[in-house]
Design a protein around this ligand. Structure first.
Ligand code: BES
Ligand code: ZN
Length: 458
């Protein structure tokens, strides 16, 4: 039996396995789920061992991670590292889910559940493809190392410490990641760029305690109002971020890239419907696809201040805070942007409140060659798996670890996403499309011989 026949034959079991995997509420952001996170890592390790991979479970400064290798790595063959994450985003708000987030449900060709697409289903497809080689006794022309970690959704802390100490364990010629999306099943895509990110939290402190807004209002600055005014100055009406120097290092898009991006299927109307807004907003002078993947942004992710309970409470809140992230594009540097944001916020903050800024996680933007021999081989694997020619795209999301793979392991990353735009990653009713799961597995099975050939010819 060929690996492809094996994949066909075991589809139902693969779906059942994905359901088992999704049942673990492996939410890395919420400390109450840390036993679930550990149980999930154990399950990944078990699954890898069952397939026949040489598997080790590693404690890190944070959540455990799994390293699993195809048996007896052969030094004459190239080695590829497949990276994925078993942690998931918080499922809240629960009431918007049609079925419970950790009770997977198959409806038509979709499997619903938190983490189904981001990222459990996608790296499981790679594990299943390697299982198909091992179980059918088909020689793999490459060595594969799986690295499945548990903190991607909170900034990869544990892995950042682990990586430099385990370079030999993770040594590879290139990295393969399926933790991103494709525009449609008919447009399988090799992603050659990702946005970077910096996270900040700002807090404005006013009076020493919440004050009666009737007795004191008009004499004391309201921190919530000051925060709104401050944040309101961060972007102009043309959708451009106003922080001085913000765009200094942004690479100009070449005509070639703009042409490539314009080939991707896109309709402003269906995009608007997908996101559910009355009208689209974005930086003037760029298409939606360019705005979403090639331009930097300043986003407020959370705003907190004052009374949040039922009914009203007439106070001047004593503080207001905002969680912010800024998406970066090549060649913006996280440290330079954080410094520019800090300086600008300080210069605008009124003397009537105290400003506190704390830096969070960050990661550089990523860009690699879409025309390298490995990239060309990956495009062929996409076509073989999905039955449509592979396209090139940039993506708006961030996978900060790809830059560490480059700096620590000297390896570039091929991004071969399987998620669809309506998969609801990070949103209620996350799902994974089972046709993409199936095509993704086939793509993954075609990938290894094609990469081996390209590597040998290079
Ligand atoms: N899978 C996503 C990243 C992604 C999604 C990349 C779609 C490209 C296209 C990943 O799990 C994720 O959500 N990353 C975070 C990173 C952050 C927490 C540092 C993100 O992009 O917000
Ligand atoms: Zn995610």
């Amino acid at each position: 039996m060929t690996p492809l026949d094996y994949l066909d034959k075991h589809q139902q079991r693969f779906i059942d396995d994905l359901c088992t995997y999704v049942r673990f509420p492996s939410v890395s952001a919420q400390p109450q789920h840390s036993p679930d996170v550990r149980a999930c890592a154990d399950w990944v390790a078990l699954r890898c061992r069952q397939i026949g991979l040489e598997t080790t479970l590693h404690q890190t400064s944070g959540n455990p991670l799994v390293v699993a290798k195809t048996p007896k790595h052969d030094p004459r063959k190239p080695t590829f590292l497949v990276y994925g994450h078993y942690d998931v985003q918080p499922p809240e708000p629960f009431d918007l889910w049609k079925s419970a987030p950790f009770e997977p449900r198959v409806e038509g060709r979709n499997l619903y559940g938190r983490g189904a697409s981001d990222n459990k289903g996608q790296h499981l497809a790679h594990l299943n493809a390697v299982e198909a080689f091992l179980a059918t006794g088909t020689e793999l022309p490459v060595n594969v190392t799986f690295l499945i970690e548990g903190e991607e959704e909170v900034g990869c802390g544990g892995l950042y410490g682990f990586l430099p100490k385990n370079k030999e364990l993770l040594a590879c010629d290139a990295v393969v990641i399926s933790d991103n999306g494709i525009p449609s099943l008919k447009h399988p895509t090799l992603t050659y760029a990702l946005r970077g990110i910096v996270a900040l939290e700002i807090r404005l402190e006013g009076p020493s305690r919440d004050l009666h807004s009737g007795l004191f209002g008009g004499t004391v600055e309201n921190p919530a109002m000051a925060l709104c005014q401050l944040l309101g100055k961060m972007r102009d009406r043309k959708g451009r971020v106003t922080i001085p120097g913000f765009y200094d290092d942004v690479q100009k898009l070449s005509r070639y890239e703009r042409q490539q991006l314009a080939k991707l299927p896109h309709s402003d109307t269906s995009y608007r419907r997908l996101v559910g807004v009355p009208q689209l907003f974005g930086e003037v002078g760029f298409t939606v696809e360019e705005q979403r993947t090639c331009r930097p942004t300043f986003e407020i992710n959370g705003l907190t201040s004052g009374y949040q309970g039922e009914g009203s409470k007439t106070i001047i809140p004593c503080w207001a805070s905002a969680k912010l992230t800024i998406r970066l594009v090549p060649d913006q540097k996280p440290a330079r942007i954080v410094a520019a944001v800090r300086k600008y916020l300080k210069s605008l903050c009124p003397p009537t409140v105290r400003l506190k800024i704390s830096d969070g996680h960050g990661g550089e933007p990523y860009l690699c060659s879409p025309t390298s021999p490995l990239a060309q081989a990956a495009l062929k694997a996409l076509e073989a798996g999905y039955g449509y020619p592979g396209a090139l795209a940039r993506e708006g999301g961030s996978i900060p670890i790809v830059n560490r793979f480059r700096s620590e392991l000297g390896a570039d990353t091929l991004l071969l996403g399987m998620a669809l735009p309506d998969d609801n990653a990070h949103s209620p009713n996350e799902k994974f499309n089972l046709d993409s799961f199936e095509s993704g597995m086939r793509m993954a099975a075609h990938l290894w011989p094609l990469l081996a050939q390209a590597h040998a010819a290079d």
